[in-house]
Design a protein around this ligand. Structure first.
Ligand code: NAD
Ligand code: G6P
Ligand code: MN
Length: 442
């Protein structure tokens, strides 16, 4: 069986150890000969990489492992680049969340002005990775889950339309696990679903089991009672209280359109007042992540390095990340698996902009993806999506053209922002905070 060479871009990410260990676990279906980590922060990456190196030596010595900040070394001889970079790291996520909150506006990693700010930082970073990959391994595929995926995907559509990059998100994976649990099935793989939307902005409109039985009636009932709260995901990754609140709030989001099952992220657009009232402008999700996930991962890595062994360490494969191997296998082995990808619409949603980057089910194989037609969508969803896709397109246009005007329009158009005046106040603060990362705006 062919063995693959992988570069993980964003080697210093808090998700890297979980993904690396998951890759080792999945070798039966996705055999690996080489794993490389690449990051532009050598020091951050080193801690994660040294610990993973010890683990890999002890558990899969046949896999060649290395880490580097040199693009040529990282991207030469690779089949896949798994990209999860965070340009500006948590320090900038914290600003993305806190600046809008100062003006009473939702402060969120990927939604509203915070997501726009993050997008303006990510575009350059992702384009750089694509260019390295194409220079040193022209046949490789990039599997990208760096955020904000909607804006990143629109940027790659405009700037690198022919590149082999697939953008994917794990939120629907987690929610499908929860829906499987609601109907007494073991795994999301036992569901057959239809979904349409933008990334972090979509709805399920058909859910069957593998025998073709309609599961919507049971799921609707459960959503009306509890939202996603109480439903168990086999791949539990979102366990903290702030996430529990999001799963419970999905009950109210669902109530707006009981015909469909919403993505949890819609709460930021449909209940921004609630979100702001329940936020602490001094302590946001970025602080939680730094105090919990980041601290924990780096502590575990440092302990492994000090002990010189990973035996007995709480290092665990990230079960939730197997969707990335599903995607890699689909390409490597032409499995034709159905999965949600963020792709150009091209008529998949009949009554929606053909050039929009939409999240829809696709059949994935070695020649890429084929979209599954979703037909015409209802007025409510269409209206929301038209507004949001314009935010995303204007953000990318602002980045490409260096346009202050377009970025002001993008922020003004976000459903989370009450007026052009507030949009301008937020924008001016964001420009100041992002000097190091954004192109100059005129
Ligand atoms: P993190 O800050 O821990 O790690 C990101 C790493 O990227 C850092 O080590 C940083 O130095 C590196 N980096 C930043 N800019 C870079 C560049 N230009 N080139 C190379 N490396 C660069 O972040 P995290 O919380 O572990 O998240 C990583 C990414 O994964 C984020 O974009 C996050 O939003 C995304 N994510 C996406 C999904 C999804 O469903 N799509 C799920 C989880 C996380
Ligand atoms: C979900 C989303 C990701 C996002 C993550 C944030 O998994 O799909 O796109 O990055 O949540 O989680 P965090 O724990 O960092 O707040
Ligand atoms: Mn996501």
């Amino acid at each position: 069986m062919k063995k693959y060479s992988i570069v993980v871009a964003g080697g210093g990410s808090t998700f890297t150890p979980g993904i690396a260990l998951m890759l080792l676990e999945e070798q039966d279906r996705f055999p690996i000969r080489k794993i490389k980590f690449y990051d532009n922060d050598g020091k951050r990456q080193e801690t994660i990489a040294k610990a993973c190196e010890i683990y890999i030596k002890e558990n899969a010595p046949e896999i060649e492992f290395s880490y580097t900040t040199d693009p040529e070394e990282a991207f030469t001889d690779v089949d896949f680049c798994m990209a999860h970079i965070r340009v500006g790291k948590y320090a900038m996520r914290e600003k993305d969340e806190k600046i809008p909150l100062k003006y009473g506006v939702v402060g969120q990693e990927t939604c509203g002005p915070g997501g726009i700010a993050y997008g303006m930082r990510s575009i350059g970073g992702i384009i750089e990775l694509i260019d390295y990959m194409e220079k040193y391994s022209p046949n490789a595929w990039m599997l990208n889950y760096s955020n904000p995926a909607a804006i990143v995907a629109e940027a790659t559509r405009r700037l690198r339309p022919d590149s082999k990059i697939l953008n994917i998100c794990d939120m629907p994976v987690d929610l499908e696990e929860k829906m499987a649990d609601m109907v007494g099935l073991k795994s999301r793989k036992q569901l057959d679903t239809q979904y349409y939307g933008l990334n972090h902005f979509g709805w399920w409109h058909k859910i069957y089991d593998n025998e073709g039985n309609d599961l919507m009636p049971i799921i609707r009932k459960k959503m009306a009672e509890n939202g996603f709260a109480g439903a168990i995901s086999q791949t539990d990754q979102h366990v903290e209280n702030s996430w529990m609140d999001t799963f419970a709030k999905a009950k109210d989001v669902y109530a707006l359109d009981p015909e469909t099952i919403p993505n949890t992220y819609l709460k930021y657009y449909l209940f921004p007042d609630y979100v702001v009232e329940h936020a602490n402008p001094e302590h946001t999700r970025a602080n939680e992540v730094m105090e919990h996930r980041e601290k924990h991962i780096f502590e575990v890595c440092n302990n492994i390095i000090e002990a010189g062994t990973a035996k007995g360490s709480p290092f665990e494969p990230d079960a939730h990340a197997t969707y990335i191997v599903d995607l890699a296998c689909a390409i490597a082995k032409n499995t034709k698996e159905k999965m949600l990808l963020i792709v150009p619409n091209e008529g998949t949603i009949e009554n929606f902009d053909r050039t929009a980057m939409v999240e829809v089910p696709c059949i994935v194989g070695s020649n890429g993806y084929e979209r599954i037609v979703q037909g015409a969508i209802p007025q409510f969803q269409k209206g929301l999506m038209e507004q949001q896709v314009s935010v995303e397109k204007l953000t990318v246009a602002a980045w490409i053209e260096g346009s202050y005007q377009k970025l002001w329009q993008a922020i003004t158009l976000s459903k989370t922002v009450p007026s052009a005046r507030v949009a301008k106040l937020i924008l001016d603060d964001l420009i100041e905070a992002n000097k190091e990362y954004w192109p100059e705006l005129k």
